[in-house]
Design a protein around this ligand. Sequence first.
Ligand code: ATP
Ligand code: MG
Length: 392
Amino acid sequence: MKEVILVKYGEMALKGLNKHSFEKLLMQQIKSRLHSLGEFGYTCAQSTIYIVPQDERISLDAAVERLKRVFGIATICRACSCEKSMEDIMAKSVDYLHETLETAVSFKVEAKRADKQFPLRSPEICMELGSFLCEHFPELQVDVHTPEVTVMVDIRDTNAFVYAEKIKGAGGLPLGSSGKAMLLLSGGIDSPVAGYMLAKRGVFISAVHFASPPYTSERARLKVEQLCEKMTDYCGEIHFYCVPFTEIQETLKNKCPEEYFTILMRRLMMLIAQEIAQKEGASVLITGESVGQVASQTLQAMVCTDAVCKMPVFRPCIGLDKTEIIEIARKIDTFDISIQPYEDCCTVFTPKHPKLRPQLDRIEAAQERGDLAELIRKAVEETEYKVISGRR
Ligand code: ATP
Ligand code: MG
């Protein structure tokens, strides 16, 4: 018996004239995620992508696990491929759906007939297969309104497919359909979640991390790379930039008022991230901030941070509680990496009494005193770059 995967797209199907380019992006993503599992055949018709393994040793379990993390997919169905005859459809249905139908209480059959040459019309297919299944599974009741199991029959040009299982996909839009953004990635819980949320809307993610050795260790940096690697499950390949931030932090500490340290440091992160983003072709910045979580995340502090850069700063976690962010972090499997206890440059030189409502003119004057232009140039120049393509 030959098993295939049918992938249905959701929101994307509504996109009118853009539909074709969205389909193309989704297809590219699917192919790149499944590539290392073996060879598959792909066809696309009526908002469904038919994925046919070309080798019976290919694990469909593994393929489904990967597809669950591809944005733009609404549902994933494993289906049995049949010949286009009622005899074969009925025989294979009994075989393929045996476990499901044996324990189910109620069911119905739904049929879709793309090939109008097929001798039976959809209601007739449902009737015939329905009665046949009732005979085979005497305990099973027909319930057309709220069935426990819906058996789907899909008659295509060359084959028919039968299936009953529907797995929820990752939703959202295919990567690349909404441009590119630069994520400020710390080692914490929030920023990977922020990146995931924009990737879900079709945005390609690049990441920038600020490291301050020897205050922050090599191990802390590796943790961030590990987070990136985990994020590739959803976000695809990530271009990762690591900025040497020690000299800037030391200069801020020595030359600027202590109470402004955090806000100045965040402004410099934004400035540098913006510069790297421009080179990378990313048009917005993303952070994991959420209102009121720490001193630098008051509204006034964020106003002062954003005033330094021209690029929009997206903060998709802005209205979420920590528990809600953690829930997503667990779902995308970044939580266990994030909670490893390594230092972040944000916790180096933290002032005892940071300003909660900083005034922009004072902040700008303090930044002037730092005389940082040359240090910024040097930090950008010495930034290390690597492509993280994940576990494929
Ligand atoms: P997270 O859990 O993402 O670290 P947080 O609640 O600890 O967030 P902060 O440490 O104030 O908050 O950082 C706020 C945001 O600033 C982070 O979500 C991240 O986007 C960015 N950020 C903080 N530290 C760094 C860093 N070392 N490198 C890059 N970005 C950083
Ligand atoms: Mg942090």
